[in-house]
Design a protein. Sequence first.
Length: 228
Amino acid sequence: MPGCAAVAIPRGAQILAAWVQFQVDEVSTATTSLHFQGQAIGDAPVFSTTAHDISGRARTTAFRDWSPPQWPTVGAAGLDQRTPDLAPVIQEIVNGSGWSNGHALALIVTGTLVTAAGPHSGGEKIKRYGLLPDALHLHVGATGIFAIAFLGIVASLLWHRREARGDLLFAAGVLGLLLVQMTIGDIQWREHLPWPLVLVHVTLATAVWTGVVALAARLLLRSQPVLP
């Protein structure tokens, strides 16, 4: 997220043109779509590693979208690497009541892009394992199959509840664990996957699967004929 400290622009000054100039440090042929807004504040604070530090910042109503062309040449820093005119975004910031000459401003960029940051280069040749929506669909599908199978077992136990009272109580305990795990899973998703909740969610998932295997073993052993 680009940020500029001590910007020498008086409040209310007319912004004729503004842009961000990038320089290619890695060849990229990926399709990119970016959405530029400014932080709607008179003096933007520095960015930090605090959770939701960027997503929680108020943004300008003015924006600019940019779909840059491919960047095939390392070191290039020309018009293809320059954003569209961001003057309306900057104008909204410097017109604000909190703006003063020398204050800091920040741009917030969202969209899809390939970067050279992070644990790998982000290049197109990096092997990926699907997008988040694909993973979510797979997760929901697997959960649905498990739920149907588990409810089938519970229905069978209810049908034979007189002779399977212990197994039915065991299944109820597993179901309780599953409901708690699902609740925590929903909370962790809404809270952007905080590590402690992820750890609890995975631990409960392990407990649920252990319980299901134990329940299946109990049912299998109970179905075995008793030898004289």
